[in-house]
Design a binder for this molecule. Structure first.
Ligand code: ATP
Ligand code: MG
Length: 185
C-alpha cells in the first residue's frame, strides 16, 4: 500500500502590519508601469525559504521554531533595487540592529538540523514589489520602517490566479511575552 504524505512549500517570513502593508502597496502601485505589482496580500519579508516539506518535518519545524527566543525586528527599507535574474523590483534596507540576523541564523540552524537545505548566500532583507520587471524607474519615496514583533511560518500555494501565501503559525518576540517570575512569594 502506498502511503500518501502531504508536502507543502514553506518559508519563514515577517508579515506586515496593516500600515506597513499599505505603504508597500502604495509604492508597488506607483511602480506599476515597470512590471506586475505583487498583490498587497502577498507582501512580506522572507527570512528563510524552506521549499518542499512533508507533514512530519513540518511538525518538527513548528516545535523547533516555538523554542526560539528572538527580539523585535526593525528594518528601514529606504532603497529600491532591480534584481536582474529574478526580474523583480524590491525594497531593500538595513536592519536597525542584529535582531533580524540573529533570527535568520536561528531559523537556518533549525532547518539544517532537519536536513532542509537553505540559501547559503548572505541574508539580504527585501520586499518584492514588482515581478516581471525590466527596469528600475526613478522614484523618490518615504522610507518604510518595517517593525515586526513576530515571525511566521508561511505556505506558498499556487492557485489559478497566481501564488497565494497562507500564514500557518506566528511566534511573538520575547519582549511581548509576560515576564517570568523569578520567585513566587
Ligand atoms: P512563484 O515562484 O510562483 O513565482 P513566489 O516566488 O512569490 O511565486 P515562492 O517561490 O513560493 O513564491 O517563494 C516564496 C518566497 O520565498 C518568496 O519571497 C521568494 O522570493 C522566496 N524564495 C523562493 N525560492 C527561494 C530560494 N531558492 N531561496 C531564497 N528565497 C526563495
Ligand atoms: Mg519563486
Amino acid at each position: 500500500m502506498t502511503e500518501i504524505t502531504q508536502v507543502k512549500r514553506l518559508f519563514f517570513a515577517l508579515w506586515p502590519d496593516p500600515e506597513t502593508r499599505a505603504q508597500c502597496a502604495a509604492l508597488s502601485a506607483a511602480l506599476k508601469p515597470a512590471g506586475r505589482p505583487v498583490h498587497p496580500d502577498n507582501l512580506h519579508v522572507t527570512l528563510v525559504f524552506l521549499g518542499s516539506v512533508d507533514e512530519a518535518t513540518e511538525a518538527k519545524l513548528i516545535d523547533a521554531a516555538a523554542a526560539i527566543r528572538f527580539a523585535k525586528v526593525s528594518i528601514n527599507f529606504d532603497k529600491l533595487d532591480y534584481w536582474r535574474r529574478p526580474r523583480i523590483i524590491c525594497l531593500s534596507g538595513k536592519a536597525e540592529d542584529s535582531a533580524a540576523a540573529l533570527l535568520v541564523e536561528q531559523l537556518n540552524t533549525i532547518a539544517a538540523a532537519l536536513e532542509i537545505p537553505t540559501d547559503d548566500r548572505p541574508y539580504q532583507a527585501h520586499v518584492t514589489l514588482i515581478r516581471k520587471a525590466n527596469r528600475l524607474p526613478t522614484l523618490t519615496f518615504t522610507p518604510i520602517n518595517w517593525q515586526a514583533d513576530a515571525f511566521c511560518l508561511v505556505e506558498s500555494c499556487s492557485t489559478p490566479e497566481g501564488v497565494a501565501y497562507r500564514v500557518l503559525k506566528t511566534w511573538q518576540a520575547y519582549e511581548d511575552q509576560p515576564p517570568i517570575d523569578s520567585e513566587a512569594d
